[in-house]
Design a protein around this ligand. Structure first.
Ligand SMILES: NC(=O)c1ccc[n+]([C@@H]2O[C@H](COP(=O)([O-])OP(=O)(O)OC[C@H]3O[C@@H](n4cnc5c(N)ncnc54)[C@H](O)[C@@H]3O)[C@@H](O)[C@H]2O)c1
Length: 323
């Protein structure tokens, strides 16, 4: 199959490189409006790069949208209307209204996948299997956090809140791990770099009464050894699970099994020789859906639910400028 990757920035380059390593993918064509970036990626990956999505649609089977968030709606709608399978990087769009417009453009259900990468982290898949099997008993409380360095803030803070960029990962995880909707939020935020909240702490009520705490910011010093400080802690009546997403460890303690296991896991690698990590599993899942003409693994509805939760948290966080 032939796949277009639209927007060859940080994520687009990774998508193109990983897709080129998928056996079912014959070729990748890039779409990029910045001529210098287009030339750089074309030379690096040996792919053709065009200026507009319209030009490539007739020749591709599927499209991966790795544009800035506010450009997702136009590109995804165009590609879905043309009958293509479409993968959209998270968040699906910048508002629930735009997400609904994208969903409505699907000619058939199951054609639109959202890049909620963490669902492809082996540790979190293991954790979900165990929660679903009832090993932790009834869940009572989840603590989830995701912190990036100021380097990310330098790139993103002018165009999105920390909840829309980082928190959307965690809000999707809460939905996916618990199977519950988030029904209400109380939150506090602080603006540091611009007009969006850069520090947000929220308490969330899930539909079954479970409580969750969410913390997101991008204030970590750029020289920190960890570019991302993140984790999930789950506390149930019969067990606890502690996943430090800054490491490769999954610590699970239940009455039946009191141990800690190491699972090799990374989001992606910048090593051009290695095509690995959760991003490879995510893209392989998308390619498989296209090849078999079956529904994608992370649906547009999942993406909409996460964006609705972002809106709930953003509305609850007042985000005054930090003192
Ligand atoms: N899954 C993850 O963990 C993760 C991590 C980072 C970013 N993202 C998401 O990936 C998406 C892209 O983010 P990024 O950090 O790669 O952005 P980026 O700014 O690095 O890249 C965007 C690229 O799109 C190009 N572009 C802009 N308008 C265009 C147009 N009309 N047609 C073609 N190209 C155009 C830009 O020139 C740029 O090269 C965002 O939705 C972001 O939230 C996901």
């Amino acid at each position: 199959m032939k796949i277009a990757v639209v927007g060859l920035g940080v994520m687009g380059r990774l998508h193109a490189r990983v897709l080129l390593g998928e056996p079912a993918v014959e070729s990748v064509v890039g779409v990029e409006t910045d001529p210098a970036r287009a030339a750089e990626i074309s030379a690096e990956l040996g792919v053709a790069v065009r200026e507009t999505l319209d030009e490539v649609l007739p020749e591709v089977d599927a499209v991966s949208v790795t544009l800035p968030d506010d450009l997702h709606v136009a590109a995804a709608t165009l590609a879905l209307t043309a009958g293509k399978y479409v993968l959209v990087e998270k968040p699906l769009a910048t508002s629930a209204v735009d997400c609904e417009a994208i969903l409505a453009a699907q000619p058939l259900p199951g054609r639109l996948m959202v890049g909620h990468l963490l669902r492809f982290d082996e540790r979190l898949r293991e954790l979900k299997r165990r929660i679903d099997a009832g090993e932790l008993g009834r869940l009572r409380y989840l603590r989830i956090h995701r912190v990036n360095t100021r380097t990310t803030a330098d790139r993103i803070a002018a165009r999105a809140s920390v909840t829309a960029f980082l928190g959307v990962h965690d809000l999707d995880l809460l939905h996916w791990l618990t199977g519950q909707d988030i029904t209400s939020a109380a939150a506090a935020g602080r603006r540091v770099f611009g007009s969006y909240s850069d520090v947000t702490v929220a308490t969330l009520d899930l539909a079954d009464g479970t409580l969750a705490l969410l913390e997101n910011h991008w204030l970590l010093h750029p020289s920190s050894a960890r570019s991302c400080l993140a984790g999930v802690q789950v506390f149930g009546d019969d067990g606890s699970a502690l996943v430090d997403l800054s490491t490769d460890e999954l610590e699970l303690i239940t009455e039946a099994e009191r141990r800690s296991v190491r699972i090799d896991s990374r989001n992606w690698t910048h090593d051009p020789q290695v095509s690995g990590g959760s991003l490879r599993r995510e893209l392989a899942s998308f390619v498989n859906a296209v090849a078999t003409q079956t529904p994608v693994e992370v649906s547009g509805e999942d993406g909409l639910r996460a964006v609705r939760a972002v809106e709930l948290v953003e509305a609850a966080a007042t985000a005054p400028e930090g003192a």
